[in-house]
Design a protein around this ligand. Structure first.
Ligand code: PBE
Length: 294
């Protein structure tokens, strides 16, 4: 009897020891470097975005042993939310304007080599000949201009679960003065077709839906086409779509822009003060992409 109990106890003790051992080796050891804790992974977005190419370039030029994982805008923000909730290290390909900066305490890693550019803006780019084809739309698109705060307020509402169209409509109602600057003195049309392409990045979901509704109010029959970055530029160049408000220049989409330059017209910024880069929670003890060097 005693012997039996002793045996049971030993088994329990042994199991505990094994469990403790397994637990320790799988949990994040505080002696691990930040890089080890993240398995040297950067959480990226959709492969076609300009930022992914810039990040690959940065990881090389800064001589790091990090790899970039492609995902999507939505998967990236989910990974960020999960890491943030547990104060775990994470590096994401981030950009502004974006609601993530309102929701979390984040910082851009410094980029002394300037790989991600400075002073990015989002441009409105149309298929050549739009001025003659759809003069009213051309005029409104040319005038379309808002601020990072405007964009961020729309994004926040959508992120909080608002219906995209309803949020865009509400913003238009609340900002009638701004919107009238885009539409004042422009002749309305009667059901002409216009097609706008965009990528499902939060900032572009916001801008494209707002301008889409404004064009609808001007009498257009508007189709929004959601595609990847490469196909968005190809569709614009071929004339399959008439316009985009999602062109990130001068750096992020420079390659796409160069390739389609002959068949498009850049109407200039619709938002200044945009930025792309590597973004981390402020609780992380790194400040520069240089800190990721081997
Ligand atoms: N972004 C958001 C895009 C443009 C908009 C920065 C993720 C990119 O192509 O990288």
């Amino acid at each position: 009897m005693i012997k039996n109990n002793f045996k049971k106890l030993s088994i329990i003790a042994l199991s505990l020891a094994v469990l403790t051992f397994v637990g320790c080796s799988s949990s994040k050891d505080s002696n691990e470097s930040i890089g080890e804790q993240m398995d040297y992974k950067i959480t990226g977005i959709d492969p076609g975005s300009g930022q992914m190419a810039l990040t690959e370039q940065a990881l090389k030029d800064y001589n790091t042993n990090y790899t970039l994982q492609a995902s999507s805008g939505a998967a990236m923000t989910q990974a960020l939310a999960d890491a943030y909730a547990n104060e775990e290290p994470i590096i994401v390909t981030g950009w502004s304007p974006h609601w993530m900066f309102s929701k979390y305490d984040l910082k851009y890693l410094e980029d002394p080599k300037g790989i991600f550019g400075e002073d990015e803006h989002t441009s409105t780019v149309v298929h050549k000949g739009l001025k003659e084809k759809l003069p009213t739309a051309y005029k409104v698109l040319d005038e379309f201009y808002w601020t990072p705060e405007d964009s961020q307020s729309v994004m926040l509402e959508i992120n909080a679960g608002g219906d995209v169209k309803e949020v865009a409509r509400q913003w238009i109602t609340d900002n009638a003065d701004t919107v009238s600057k885009w539409t004042d003195g422009v002749t309305k049309v009667d059901g002409d077709e216009i097609r706008l392409a965009y990528v499902a990045w939060d900032s572009e979901i916001a801008s494209t839906n707002v301008i889409g509704l404004v064009l609808e109010d001007m009498g257009y029959n508007v189709t929004l086409v959601q595609v990847d970055a490469g196909p968005m530029w190809t569709a614009l160049a071929s004339g399959d779509v008439d316009a985009i408000v999602a062109a990130w220049l001068p750096e992020t989409h420079s390659k796409y822009f160069e390739d389609s330059k002959d068949s498009v017209e850049d109407l200039g910024p619709n938002l200044d003060g945009a930025r792309v880069g590597l973004v981390v929670p402020t609780y992380m003890d790194i400040d520069s992409i240089e800190d990721l060097a081997k």
